[in-house]
Design a protein around this ligand. Structure first.
Ligand code: C2E
Ligand code: MG
Ligand code: MG
Ligand code: MG
Length: 279
């Protein structure tokens, strides 16, 4: 049986790997046209204050509507955009959408904030000191604290002076910084001391099986206590059930984000939230 499997593997995997590589190349070509052909859109997922239920924050999440393949997951096309050097341009476009949106939404909620993801490759691909995001903030005359920049732990681990300066630049511009997918990257916590971080986002992996007295619960509680002692607020990602929300709220977690509250939605749909909760 092992022999047969071995033979199958040879005849089966080689062409499929080739096909996968070709599909990826085609996708890269299509990605190059996607901005000009307006196939991108930004959805917004509410970030909920767990103590009050208020929504004063949202995360901007990019979507690609491919003309024949339909919706392509960012897990797939963001890495492709990074490898092909397109991430800078695409990321700047997302930032412009998000900044325009938060400027508008601050008319409803004056402290509204939108967080925008910025991958390590985006930092590497850019000018070392200057960031095009700063220019756009200034162009809009938008307050820096309208924007939270979401970065991952990996970026801070081997932070070169260039990256450190870039992050300081964000702070100078008034923007806040969140560590995304916290707990999944690296075990070093030294960077929390070194950098001025505003939010930790606990990765969905710790929320998924959250139950009283579980290891995940212990980890969440410890993260929350540690963060608060460092003056950092905590956002739990991927809350899907009321039980998860209640456990996190009881543990003192500041904010939650997840399908329980809302999936990522279009800007127009998001505005219904203001309409339904302000009057
Ligand atoms: P992320 O920044 O950690 O974003 C959270 C992801 O979790 C989103 O996936 C969101 O839709 C999903 N999510 C939220 N609540 C739940 C839940 O309750 N259950 C489950 N199962 N999932 C939930 P999405 O939108 O597919 O984005 C995936 C990743 O792609 C993001 O992870 C982020 O790393 C990246 N990404 C998305 N947009 C951008 C962007 O504009 N720029 C960059 N650099 N990366 C982006
Ligand atoms: Mg994020
Ligand atoms: Mg995340
Ligand atoms: Mg992620």
């Amino acid at each position: 049986a092992a022999k047969r499997l071995g033979r199958n593997r040879c005849s089966y995997f080689t062409p499929s790997m080739q096909e996968a590589a070709q599909a990826r190349m085609r996708l890269a070509v299509d990605l190059r046209a996607a901005l000009a052909q307006q196939q991108f859109r930004v959805l917004y997922q509410p970030i909920v204050d767990l103590a009050t239920g208020d929504v004063h924050k949202a995360e901007a999440l990019l979507r690609w509507e491919h003309p024949t393949l339909g919706l392509v997951s960012p897990e797939k096309f963001i890495p492709l955009a990074e490898e092909t050097g397109m991430i800078g341009e695409i990321g700047h476009w997302v930032f412009r959408q998000a900044a325009n949106q938060v400027q508008h939404w601050r008319k409803f909620r004056e402290d509204f904030q939108i967080s925008v993801n910025k991958s390590p490759a985006q930092f590497m691909s850019e000018d070392r000191v200057h960031d095009t995001w700063f220019d756009y903030l200034r162009e809009l005359q938008l307050e820096g604290n309208s924007v939270v920049v979401e970065i991952t732990e990996g970026l801070l681990l081997d932070a070169s002076p260039a990256i450190t300066n870039k992050l300081l630049g964000f702070r100078d511009a008034g923007m806040q910084v969140a560590i995304d997918d916290f707990g999944t990257g690296y075990s070093s916590l030294a960077y929390l001391k070194k950098f001025d971080i505003d939010y930790l986002k606990i990765d969905r992996a710790f929320i998924r099986n959250l139950a009283p007295n579980s290891d995940d619960m212990a980890l969440c509680e410890a993260i929350i206590v540690m963060a608060h002692k460092l003056g950092i607020q905590v956002i739990a990602e991927g809350i899907e059930t009321e039980a998860q929300r209640d456990l996190l709220a009881a543990a003192g977690c500041d904010y939650g984000q997840g399908y329980l509250f809302s999936r990522p939605i279009a800007a127009e749909a998001f505005e219904q939230l203001f309409a339904s909760t302000t009057a």
